[in-house]
Design a protein. Structure first.
Lengths: 370, 184, 101
């Protein structure tokens, strides 16, 4: 019973972290993009104008984090004429649900010891967590497609069809990358994979996944960005072509749900990349009893501090990776539809298969996993 | 698996199965089928068939149902309006199914079906044991299934594609030749 | 605490019966096809339940194969439905009477 309560608390915590990351990405959309593109960005809404008086640059926090949500949630909520009322209301939440429930299997720390009891810092310690990821990503297709269909609008339908085709194509590339990673680590469990990334090679190089599987990293990065329909793969919501694509007939809270799905899925992909390739919550050279620095120095730390350091390291890595994906978003132009499909099927799938072959060969020759 | 969870999942799957069969709009039928498939997937996981349960969610509910969805869009199927007729068929169909259901329950419900449950081996339903059995006892079936999938993909593409312009011309030329030889 | 086997088998039988009802009663080909998928899933559930109680992995492997064959059958069946629709513009089973006497 205690595990159930702890699991529930951790699940809520992970979803909370996920949503906060989505909000951070929203802030990055407005102000971070302004920084990248050398413009000012959103700066109209502010409370006292104090910053301007003091000559500080406007951080746009009130604008992005307070004014935008208020605008989104107080807009009129309508269903277009002739549309399927039930599906139109349900679609944003079908889209949001799988992303939210995927956050709970991601390990965000080692164990933590409170009052004599040890709790693992993973909300749902599934032994087949990698399959769970693929399952939820597969379910996430329906929200988008139903949103496009239920709008009774041919451009929304076109955006919905494009989005569905894109998502199912890149699901395959993502699955192949995950298979290669599973072969490398010999386990489907995410926490076990992160634990295997502790330790060092040659005395100083952390055993992170990216040094073992660089090709899988590129595959998963590309497939992940395509799954979350971010630029350069945002053809389903191409702003210059389909206005908002499948989100066309949505406004207010439902559009907020769709946008949140986009951003939360980007945060999810960042978390997956960190878990598989960047050591998850592992801090380089930090073991359970303290730092073992390459020079030979050992700095002892309390176990609680070690756990908290792991969680903080996880969050920092995820934020860095989210910003990297945001950087890609604001730098690259959009793919054309046939280029997108060609990339997904003709380039990523053969690369993924070749990666699996090479990985399996190396693992068998080297005698057992990692 | 706690028995309360089983009752909940059984109720969900039965209600959505009825939804598949009784809804007028094919898209609503599809959604009900997806809910049924996911409920059955959770039942699989509850029976310690972890990998197969997740595969059911990935393959069945995630891929095959998207195929159905695309076909519904392609054919632009709308809800069936008005009375659909066939009252005789529906009446006799329902009676036949009720009889079959009664017979099935008479066979499946009584406790004579209780098998001595000896507990699962460690790692039952994990991907290790599944692949052990799959690639040793069922290897031939596995290889034949992969050929089957290849044939199915080729067949589906061949059945569903439109004739190219050259094929339409060839077809017309063949017809013209047959008419000429029949007229002689 | 495992679920008693008769309950699982009864659920499987019930879903199968609902699938048969859908197949016999509805005249829309796609809904008939979905009822067939329901029947396949009911049988999958029965296989998994019995395999779990007997303690062998055979039930799960058979379900694996059933799922694969169902995928192949769905692909080919839907391709047939598409080509029928191209020729006849209908998915109502009553309009497809070409082979009838």
């Amino acid at each position: 019973m205690a595990e159930l309560i702890v699991g529930a608390i951790e699940a809520v915590l992970m979803i909370f972290i996920g949503l906060n990351l989505a909000v951070f990405l929203l802030y990055f959309e407005r102000k971070g993009s302004a920084l990248i593109q050398d413009r000012v960005g959103a700066n109209r809404a502010s409370i006292t104008g104090l910053g301007r008086k003091l000559g500080l640059p406007n951080l746009g926090i009130i604008n992005t984090l307070v004014a935008d949500p208020i605008k989104l949630f107080t807009k009129e909520d309508f269903v277009p004429a002739g549309a399927d009322h039930f599906l139109h209301t349900l679609a944003p939440f079908i889209a949001l649900f799988p992303v939210m429930i995927t956050f709970v299997v991601i390990p965000f720390g080692d164990t933590i010891t409170f009052g004599g009891r040890t709790f693992g810092l993973q909300a749902a310690p599934l032994s087949a967590a990698a399959l769970y990821l693929l399952a939820t990503i597969g379910i996430g297709v329906y929200g988008v497609s139903l949103g496009g269909w239920a709008s009774n609008n041919r451009w929304a339908l076109l955006g919905g069809i494009r989005a569905t085709a894109q998502m199912i194509s890149y699901e395959i590339a993502m699955g192949l990358a995950i298979i290669a990673i599973v072969i490398t680590y010999g386990s489907l469990d995410l926490q076990a994979m992160v634990r295997m990334q502790g330790g060092v090679w040659f005395g100083w190089l952390p055993r992170w996944g990216i040094f073992v599987q660089p090709l899988a990293f590129i595959l998963l990065l590309t497939a992940g960005i395509a799954e979350s329909k971010r630029v350069p793969f945002d053809l389903p919501e191409g702003e210059s072509e389909l206005i908002l694509g499948y989100m066309l007939e949505y406004s207010g809270g439902k559009q907020a749900a769709f946008m949140l799905t986009d951003l939360a899925e980007q945060a999810l992909v960042a978390m997956l990349l960190v878990t598989f390739f960047f050591g998850g919550w592992q801090v380089p050279w930090l073991y359970r009893d303290g730092f073992h620095l390459p020079g030979g120095a050992i700095v002892a730390l309390a176990p609680l501090l070690v756990s908290i350091a792991g969680v903080v390291a996880f969050l920092i890595k995820v934020v860095i990776l989210c910003s990297f994906m945001g950087l890609i978003r604001w730098t690259l132009p959009r793919f054309r539809y046939d280029q997108l499909m060609k990339l997904g099927w003709k380039i990523l799938v053969p690369l993924g298969l070749a990666n699996i072959l090479i990985t399996a060969f190396v693992v068998v020759v080297a005698g057992g996993a990692h | 698996m706690p028995i309360a969870l089983f009752w909940f999942l059984a109720a969900v799957s039965l209600i959505s199965a009825f939804g598949v069969v009784l809804q007028r709009n094919p898209l609503h039928c599809l959604l009900a089928l997806i809910v049924t498939l996911l409920a059955i997937a959770v039942l699989f996981i509850g029976e310690d068939a972890t990998v197969v349960g997740f595969l059911q969610a990935i393959v069945y509910a995630g891929a095959i149902m998207v195929l159905f969805l695309f076909v519904i869009w392609l054919l632009n199927l709308r809800a069936e309006m008005g009375p659909t007729g066939h009252l005789g068929l529906k009446l006799f169909g329902t009676i036949a199914v009720a009889a079959m259901f009664a017979e099935l329950m008479a066979f499946l419900l009584p406790p004579h079906l209780q098998i001595k449950f000896a507990g699962h081996a460690a790692g039952y339903g994990s991907i290790d044991s599944l692949s052990q059995t799959l690639f040793s006892e069922y290897l031939v079936a596995f290889e034949v299934t992969s050929v089957l999938l290849l044939v199915a993909v080729i067949g589906a593409v061949a059945l569903a594609r439109r004739s190219t312009a050259s094929e339409i011309q060839e077809h017309a030329a063949d017809n013209a030749r047959k008419e000429r030889s029949a007229a002689q | 605490m495992m679920v008693p086997l008769p309950y699982l088998m009864a659920l499987s039988g019930a879903i199968f019966a609902i699938g048969v009802l859908g197949f016999l009663t509805r005249r829309n080909i796609l809904v008939m096809f979905m009822s067939v998928e329901l029947m396949l899933n009911a049988v999958n559930l029965a296989f998994i339940a019995l395999g779990s109680r007997l303690g062998t992995m055979d039930g799960q492997v058979i379900v694996f194969f059933v799922m694969t064959v169902a995928a192949a059958e769905a692909a080919v069946g839907l391709a047939i439905i598409i080509s029928i629709f191209r020729g006849r513009e209908t998915v109502h089973a009553d309009d497809l009477t070409l082979l009838r006497w």
